[in-house]
Design a protein around this ligand. Structure first.
Ligand code: ADP
Ligand code: ASP
Ligand code: MG
Length: 409
């Protein structure tokens, strides 16, 4: 008998009928002779609606209370699913994050899982029970309830699969797998049969919302085999594991993109050896996440530094820079909003020079100006105008032959 962790996202548990459908998928797995742990998200758009309500009451609601609020969403789903499972004649029990033994660091809104004590769940499994766990939540050593960041139920599922040494973790969602790019934006996107951990980690970090980046990190570190598949269709999904052969010898596996990016430029910075650490330490101390960094004018006594951030961090970034103007010793700050990041990802790049060059040529031919670039062994990211984002993705999708990946059912 094996052990399977199944995770069902918000759309898959969007109403009572869908919860019944999920109960059916769980029952099938149980009938196959497997032990089953199920992780669920809040129903439909519940989390968004809760966030909206809090924002109506305050422009900066307490992070502790936000966690208190948002964790209620998942608590509704676990109880309803356990009720539906019992109705099907299965023995089932639902647990919140803390009941399931999920300990996190003391950070509200984006906590990391530090430890899982799986004893309670193991006892239930030994007794033949299906265990239903609330995704996206945990508890600190002080008994404070935390959340794992938006989309974090994936991470709960993979972390539980690692702690329980499960044979597999299935992520059930509203698409049939991981596609060459987001199928909601690009009609020609193709389902992939496999993606390696490293590629998936890049895709997830670069904006492919289909998996929470930390879930992929856990899967890689603990060797958990993941499959992303549909909660409605019975077709096979996309397997994520260590080594995956490239389909049709392609160089690029997928394209990720993210809108609402802003470029900030600090002009006339004193070109001393301490300028760079001072700026980025100041930003880091204020929890501002900086992405691509470009420094220019290094041969002179004044340098310029540009970096990209999420547009939602712009106000705070400008405030921090203004507050520390004297220490940082710069002349002025400029910013450009309305940008997007478009990235190509693929393990095939390691052994193929000229991939970045080809990407720039394709974008230039489409009239898409590249404003910033960053590369790693298996990705090239460009910052472009937000208005041209989808056009850029479509052109790259065709030029790197992703539209030729065979259609899989
Ligand atoms: P869930 O609520 O099940 O966690 P999400 O909305 O978080 O579902 O993730 C599924 C969505 O991810 C899809 O509807 C799709 O629009 C989006 N997505 C982005 N990039 C990709 C990709 N490369 N492949 C598949 N889906 C993607
Ligand atoms: N309900 C949470 C969210 O909407 C967590 C999740 O669905 O993964 O972000
Ligand atoms: Mg998700």
């Amino acid at each position: 008998m094996g052990l399977i962790v199944q995770k069902f996202g918000g759309t898959s548990v969007g109403d009572v009928e869908k919860i019944q459908n999920v109960a059916g998928r769980v029952a099938e797995e149980k009938q196959n002779g497997n032990g089953v742990v199920v992780v669920v998200s809040a129903m439909g758009k519940t989390t968004d609606k809760l966030v909206e309500m809090a924002n109506e009451l305050s422009s900066s609601p307490s992070k502790r209370e936000m966690d208190m609020l948002l964790t209620t969403g998942e608590q509704v789903t676990i109880s309803l699913l356990a009720i539906a499972l019992k109705e099907k004649g299965l023995d089932a029990v639902s647990y919140t994050g803390w009941q399931a033994g999920i300990s996190t660091e003391s950070v509200h809104g984006n906590a990391r899982i530090l430890n899982i004590n799986p004893n309670k769940i193991k006892n239930d499994l030994a007794a033949g029970r299906v265990v239903v766990v609330a995704g996206f939540q945990g508890v600190t050593d002080n008994g404070e309830i935390t959340t794992l960041g938006r989309g974090g139920s994936d991470t709960t599922a993979v972390a539980l699969a690692a702690a329980l040494n499960a044979d597999k973790c299935d992520i059930y969602t509203d698409v049939t797998g991981v596609y060459t790019t987001d199928p909601r934006y690009v009609k020609g996107a193709r389902k992939l049969l496999g993606v390696s951990y490293d590629e998936m980690l890049e895709l997830a970090n670069l904006g492919a919302g289909v998996l929470h980046p930390r879930a992929v990190e856990f899967a890689k570190n603990f060797g958990v085999t993941l499959e992303v598949r549909s909660s409605m269709e019975k077709e096979r999904g996309t397997v994520i594991e260590e080594e995956i052969a490239m389909e049709q010898n392609l160089i690029v596996r997928g394209i990720a993109f993210e809108d609402q990016i802003t470029r900030v430029s600090i002009i006339g910075l004193d070109n001393s050896i301490t300028s760079l650490p001072t700026i980025f330490t100041t930003l880091a101390n204020n929890h501002i996440n900086v992405d691509i960094i470009i420094q220019s004018g290094t041969g002179t006594d004044k340098a310029n530094i540009s970096f990209s951030i999420k547009s939602s961090d712009l106000k705070e970034t400008l405030e921090v820079l203004e507050k520390n103007k004297e220490t940082l010793n710069y002349e002025s700050v400029e910013s450009e909003t309305g940008l997007a990041k478009v990235s190509i990802v693929g393990a095939g790049m390691i052994s193929n020079p000229g991939v970045a060059a080809k990407m720039f040529e394709v974008l230039a031919a489409e009239g898409v100006q590249v404003k910033m670039v960053s590369t790693s062994e298996i990705k090239v990211s460009t910052v472009v105008s937000e208005q041209l984002m989808v056009k850029a993705v479509e052109a790259l999708h065709d030029s790197f032959e992703l539209s030729n990946v065979p259609v899989q059912a």
